[in-house]
Design a binder for this molecule. Structure first.
Ligand code: ADP
Ligand code: MG
Length: 592
């Protein structure tokens, strides 16, 4: 084991004199408490270490010991449903001190799980193959896989029963006679993406239960999205809504540098809420990685990679995983702080020059893949970005934009008007949308693509017309323009507005979203015809049934399909009456 002696300490950075060889990214233990650190720079006579824990008490002379392996996390069946710090050490009442894990206090706890083998001795297995399942009390069975890079013929397989997670379940003997013990857990370096057989294009959406996302700016499974927004525009509420209602099998929620009480609130809520699709507690499908603003800054830098690695671990079991990070700006600030202490030359906004490539490394790990054992799995990444004073041209937002496919821009004016979710339809985009039109089509929403474009066009036209309406007054505008304003109002208020706190509307099913989209889309097409025939937009918007249309998101719940059809029929009838009345008055005029 190599050793080094501390010479200089500044916050999370230590310079030390090595006595032995260290390698880049090697994990080290520092001082009596055994603080965890990582070698990030090496010179002949000096190593530089980034420390993931509070360095109070470390002084020149403190001893550093190399661990001979890169900083890695322990992956196994105990992760699902747990709460961890940035290095995947469990946060429990025992080791929690105030809000963070006490340095060096976390010894791995080896829990027992009920293991059922699914192979037999003599089987020749490749890396990533399933050797069996672990039955959990919480009803979520997990596959135990052979870790990447290990393969061979199975020997000494245990029988079904309870085993500690670090007990050997079998040995694998390779062609060269090497013998590797396989248990339920294995270590993986957080900065190295876990291998898969192939990336596959995704043609299936990850449904979020937010109409503005699913219908206007959808995200594919294995996709990547950014949620930029100034302070208080609703990033956290949106991410939490997604974590609650998106249709992923596993959620990894990384609370990164944001307020600790928010995360405590989330934990509390998740431990009570049920997952509507399974009836089990939401917490049981969630992994919470907490590195709040009061916790050591360097661990925040690692927490993002820890989160993706955990997500990839579940992906390799053939699951669809969604990772939410709140917020990547705080992560970038951690990067900046450590870089500053290292004396590196600052780039744009004081961030290190490698900010962009680090962001790319993170978002690159989103994918739908064929796993090593031939299964399908995906990791979808969603990162909040909190640009200072809401300026989207700042470095973190602008670099993030280069690597994501969905951009859900939160707008401060919408948030101030309490229009939620405050995603601005003209500043947002999704490059997955064309790909996903086919999915909606197959689900029976045959005009999804057409309606989506129509909605976006109307909202775009509204932006231009509103300016004019302010100058010349709405009444002076031609009927067609007043029609556009009426439709845009309907789309905004009746379709896009959706409260995260409404019992009925907080996570509509795709079927309900499709019905609402169809009713509004058809209504727009029909009223356009009416306006062409001479009916005024005001005559339409004053219909009693128009008000019902506006309120349908709050009034008609999921599954009440008859009420939706009744509304559609009433609309049809009322519009026909308008046409007839218009024809009558034309006839009368002709008669005169
Ligand atoms: P940020 O994380 O961007 O600073 P928050 O997510 O904490 O902002 O949102 C601030 C406040 O805005 C919330 O406390 C809530 O009252 C309101 N809010 C945000 N999003 C929604 C929503 N979808 N529905 C209802 N209220 C919301
Ligand atoms: Mg927030």
């Amino acid at each position: 084991m190599s050793r080094a002696i501390t010479e200089w300490v500044s916050g999370p950075v230590i310079r030390a004199r090595p006595e032995g060889t260290f390698v880049m990214r090697e994990a080290v233990r520092i001082g009596e408490k055994g603080l965890l650190g990582e070698v990030i720079r090496i010179k002949q006579s000096e190593i530089v270490i980034q420390v993931y824990e509070d360095t109070t008490g470390i002084r020149p002379g403190s001893l550093i010991e190399g661990e001979g392996q890169p900083l890695s996390i322990r992956l196994g069946p105990g992760i699902l449903g747990g709460t961890f710090d940035g290095l995947l050490r469990p946060i429990t009442e025992v080791n929690i001190d105030g809000a963070w894990v006490e340095p060096g206090s976390v010894k791995p706890v080896h829990e027992s799980y009920y293991f059922i083998p699914q192979i037999t001795n003599g089987n020749s297995l490749k890396a990533g193959a399933i050797i069996g399942v672990v039955k959990s009390d919480n009803g979520r069975d997990q596959h135990i896989l052979i870790p990447p890079k290990v393969h061979g013929v199975v020997e000494d397989l245990v029988t079904e029963g309870n085993y500690k997670d670090n007990e050997t379940l079998c040995f694998l003997t390779g062609e060269d006679g090497s013998r590797v013990a396989v248990s339920m857990v294995h270590n993986w370096s957080v900065r190295v993406p876990r291998p898969s057989l192939a990336r596959i294009p995704s043609d299936e959406p990850m449904l979020t239960g937010q109409r503005i996302i699913d219908c206007l700016f959808p995200i594919a499974r294995g996709g990547k999205a950014a949620i930029p927004g100034g302070f208080g525009t609703g990033k956290t509420v949106l991410l939490e809504s997604l974590a609650k209602s998106c249709n992923a099998d596993v959620i990894v929620y990384v609370g990164c540098g944001e307020r600790g009480n928010e995360l405590a609130g989330l934990l509390e809520e998740f431990s009570q809420l049920e997952d509507p699709s399974t009836g089990r507690l939401l917490l049981e499908r969630t992994v919470l990685i907490a590195n709040t603003s009061n916790m050591p800054v360097a661990a925040r830098e690692a927490s993002i990679y820890t989160g993706v690695t955990v997500a990839e671990y579940f992906r390799d079991q053939g699951l669809d995983v969604a990772l939410m990070a709140d917020s990547t700006s705080r992560w970038a600030e951690a990067l900046r702080e450590v870089s500053g202490r290292l004396g590196e030359l600052p780039g744009e906004g004081g961030y290190p020059a490698y900010l962009s490539s680090r962001l790319a490394d993170f978002y690159e790990r989103a994918a739908k893949v064929t796993t090593l054992n031939g299964d399908r799995g995906s990791v979808t990444l969603i990162g909040a970005v909190s640009p200072p004073s809401g300026d989207f041209s700042e470095p973190v937002t602008s670099h993030t934009r280069r690597y994501i496919r969905c951009f859900w821009a939160l707008d401060v004016h919408r948030a101030q008007a309490r229009f939620y979710p405050a995603i601005h339809p003209l500043h947002s985009y999704s490059t997955d949308a064309d790909l996903l039109a086919r999915w909606w089509h197959a689900e029976g929403c045959t005009r999804w693509h057409e309606f989506r474009l129509r909605f976006l066009t109307l909202l775009d036209e509204q932006a231009h017309l509103e300016r004019m309406a302010r100058i010349i007054g709405k009444d002076a505008m031609p009927a067609h323009q007043r029609f556009v304003l009426m439709c845009a109002e309907l789309i905004n208020e009746g379709f896009l507005r959706q409260s995260a706190f409404s019992e009925i509307d907080r996570s509509p099913s795709p079927a309900r979203q499709a019905v609402m989209m169809r009713i509004i889309g058809n209504f727009i097409l029909q009223s356009e015809e009416l306006v062409e025939k001479g009916v005024t937009p005001e005559a339409i918007s004053h219909l009693a049934v128009f008000r019902r249309l506006m309120r349908m998101s709050e009034d008609i719940a999921d599954g009440e399909w008859e009420e939706f059809s009744e509304l559609a029929i009433s609309l049809q009838k009322a519009m026909q009456e308008l046409v007839d009345a218009e024809a009558d008055s034309n006839q009368q005029q002709e008669g005169v």
